[in-house]
Design a protein. Structure first.
Length: 291
């Protein structure tokens, strides 16, 4: 397949699907480096994993984000990406890609901070030699966000229908139970950090308070750094009236579309996702795809 076709196919993916592809590529490349060059996992991931010591972290602050792109094995990345795909399908039917990235990376950062603080506060963890990798904190943030935003929405799990809040409670309880008995304490604590920020974000948003607005602007500014600058046209359009009329129509359609989206989201916040008509659900689904 030609490079142009690959770029086109990648561009057509949703933001969550792009994240999944990037995680899989990094997993494959890091695995090949370890296998072909006899490199240890620490040699490959050392500058990207999140260390437990503040002294080491200060030297590599970017690891508070980059740790989420590396995984320890096939099972680790498989379940993380499966859960990300599941949660993102619901999320992106409600909100745009920018908010998805905000929730995801806030989960990654807060989960990483939970890990850092825990291994420097709790006596049982002080002398443990470990580091954090994996997208679990970001994935859990997205999952708990949707479970908290539309808690009474039914979802199919294998052969039974359950409420989204049941799913959220299940995963939080699994992490709490496995802290004393299941090992991987650092990972479990990071999950809980992601779950907490996902829950708080959703509940605050239902109250009309977007706690991630500042972080969202930061992400948008960071993305703009890598966007190619548009070349200014050398000549102005001759048909000024026709262009103005077309622009006005597009602006009107955009405003009307956004008003309908806002009205549907208000209805969800008051009565739940299941209160929507089929037409409203279809409209919200299409709007999420277009964004």
């Amino acid at each position: 397949m030609k490079n142009g076709n690959l770029q086109y196919q990648f561009a057509r993916l949703s933001v969550a699907e792009k994240l999944i592809v990037i995680n899989i590529i990094i997993f494959i490349v890091s695995g090949l480096i370890q296998a072909l060059f006899s490199a240890s996992p620490n040699m490959v991931m050392g500058w990207f994993q999140l260390p437990k010591n503040f002294g080491e972290f200060i030297v590599q602050p970017w690891s508070l984000v980059t740790y989420s792109f590396f995984h320890s094995g096939i099972g680790h990345i498989f379940w993380n990406m499966l859960m990300l795909w599941f949660a993102s399908r619901i999320f992106l039917n409600l909100f745009d890609a920018q908010r998805f990235l905000t929730v995801y990376f806030l989960g990654v950062i807060v989960g990483g901070l939970f890990f850092l603080l825990s291994y420097n506060i709790f006596p049982a963890l002080l002398n443990t030699n470990t580091a954090l990798i994996g997208a679990s904190a970001g994935v859990t943030a997205v999952l708990l966000f949707v479970c908290s935003y539309i808690p009474n929405q039914d979802v199919r799990v294998f052969i039974v229908n359950v409420k989204l809040w049941h799913v959220g409670v299940f995963f939080v309880l699994i992490d709490l139970i496995q802290i004393p008995y299941g090992g991987n304490i650092g990972g479990r604590l990071a999950h809980l950090g992601g779950a907490l920020i996902g829950y708080i974000y959703a509940r605050q948003l239902l109250n009309g308070n977007d706690i991630g607005a500042g972080f969202s602007r930061f992400i948008e500014g960071f993305q703009n750094i890598f966007k190619p600058k548009e070349k200014k046209p050398k000549f102005k359009k001759v048909y000024k009236n026709q262009a103005a009329s077309s622009t006005t129509t597009r602006d009107y359609d955009k405003v009307a579309r956004q008003k309908r989206i806002d009205a549907i989201l208000d209805k969800i916040s008051k009565s739940g996702y299941e209160s929507l008509s089929k037409a409203e659900k279809d409209f919200l689904f299409k709007a999420g795809k277009e964004d």
